[in-house]
Ligand binder design. Structure first.
Ligand code: NAD
Length: 372
């Protein structure tokens, strides 16, 4: 196939959907690849590295005009205007954005949104949510450490002993678990909360303490199991008990990393404005859920603000801050996914009965095909 790698156009998007490493594999697999000039610059993959891997360099129109286009973010309307009906586009196409899906369908694209892949073992190597959330969790802790005006580990010095920082991690999916591991590596004392009972063992295996919010009804216990590994909205009574416990833990904390999300819904509020007001001056909250409304109402999307003496980091796209590695992992996720839609001869052969393919296919033949 003829594969196009355009430069990402969304503000602040530094990642690229293919690296010289994956381009080399595509070219070796009898594909031709056109990379938009400068597409990898922000991720530190220069044009000559793509050329050395066997790609040709071209314009945005040439990259978007290929039969198979690899993207990080969903194409915007200017990009869609350059894409022919029947173009296959693979990327993080935002499967919950109904308007965006409708636009891609109207443009006649065959769209695969990799975020929609099921969280099953076979899908792990193409799981973009995991590959990117893992880096976000790591970077969140480093950002917190940078904004925290003190040290994280306990230090015994000739001039006296410094206490270890206390970190609270809210939501222990992929990002949260990596945040716990990173905070532990830096020497913090870590506590964590999640609604899914399965999270307890994972939290404890990383050496953190699980903040237990007991279930008081069978309904609470049942909802907390989630669906397909994902959380569901908990009843208000449980949320209120969790908020009270989280508030107590946050007041003692130096660093709070919040990552709690529920697919297709606004992020749950876990750290209220009152809790922030009661937190220690100089403490830091990194709200990884900010793009979906935030786990704290005081978080501001794309900004670092100080409220009641607490630094609240609301930066989005943390994987984009480590764009070289984020792109490397993302590009390998796409490479792996393509095995399900391209045959050994390098021709398009969409395995429609494959559950991963079926879940990721969001539009085709002018229609939105996503089942929500
Ligand atoms: P996510 O980004 O959707 O959500 C982050 C976390 O927030 C989740 O752990 C969720 O339970 C938690 N959360 C939601 N509401 C909360 C609340 N009120 N309080 C505290 N926490 C709350 O999650 P994710 O990182 O995408 O992971 C989702 C699931 O998929 C997890 O169970 C994870 O282990 C699983 N997973 C499986 C595979 C695989 O087997 N292939 C790969 C990756 C992830």
């Amino acid at each position: 196939m003829h594969i196009g790698i355009p430069k990402e156009t969304r503000d602040g998007e530094t990642r690229v959907a293919a690296t010289p490493e994956t381009v080399k594999k595509y070219v070796g697999g009898k594909h031709t690849v056109v990379v938009e000039r400068g597409a990898g610059n922000a991720a530190r993959y220069p044009d000559d590295a793509y050329e050395a891997a066997g790609a040709t360099l071209g314009t945005a129109q040439e990259a978007l005009g290929a039969g198979l286009v690899m993207k990080v973010r969903a194409p915007d309307s200017a990009e869609l205007a350059h894409m022919k009906p029947g173009t296959v586009v693979v990327g993080m196409l935002d499967p919950f954005d109904a308007d965006g899906l409708a636009q891609m369908a109207a443009a006649g694209l065959v769209g695969f949104a990799l975020e929609a892949a099921p969280r099953i073992t076979r899908a792990q190597s193409l799981d973009v949510l995991s590959s990117q959330a893992n880096l976000a969790g790591y970077k969140a802790v480093l950002l917190a450490a940078n904004h925290y005006g003190r040290l994280i580990p306990m230090m015994m010095t000739a001039a006296g002993t410094l206490k270890a920082a206390r970190a609270v991690v809210l939501g222990t999916g992929v990002a949260g678990l990596q945040a716990i591991a990173t905070a532990k590596r830096l020497g913090a004392v870590v506590e964590a909360s999640d609604v899914r009972p399965a999270a307890r063992e994972q939290v404890e295996s990383l050496g953190a303490k699980f903040i237990d919010v007991p279930f008081e009804t069978d309904e609470e216990r049942e909802i907390a199991q989630g669906t397909g590994g994902y959380a569901r909205p908990m009843p208000p009574a449980w949320m209120a008990r969790q908020a009270a416990l989280v508030s107590e833990r946050c007041k003692q904390a130096d660093i709070v990393i919040s990552t709690a999300l529920i697919p297709g819904r606004p992020a749950p509020t876990l750290v209220s404005a009152e809790t922030v007001a009661a937190m220690k001056p100089g403490s830091v909250l990194v709200d990884l859920a900010v793009e979906r409304g935030g786990n704290c109402p005081l978080s501001e999307k794309g900004r670092i603000v100080e409220k009641h003496g607490v630094t609240i980091v609301g930066l989005t796209n943390l994987p984009g801050l480590v764009a070289t590695d984020a792109s490397a992992l993302y590009a390998r996720n796409i490479l792996d996914f393509l095995k399900l839609i391209i045959n050994a001869d390098g021709a398009l052969a969409i395995q429609r009965d494959d559950e991963i393919v079926a879940a990721c296919l969001v539009c085709e033949g002018g229609n939105v095909t996503r089942r929500t």
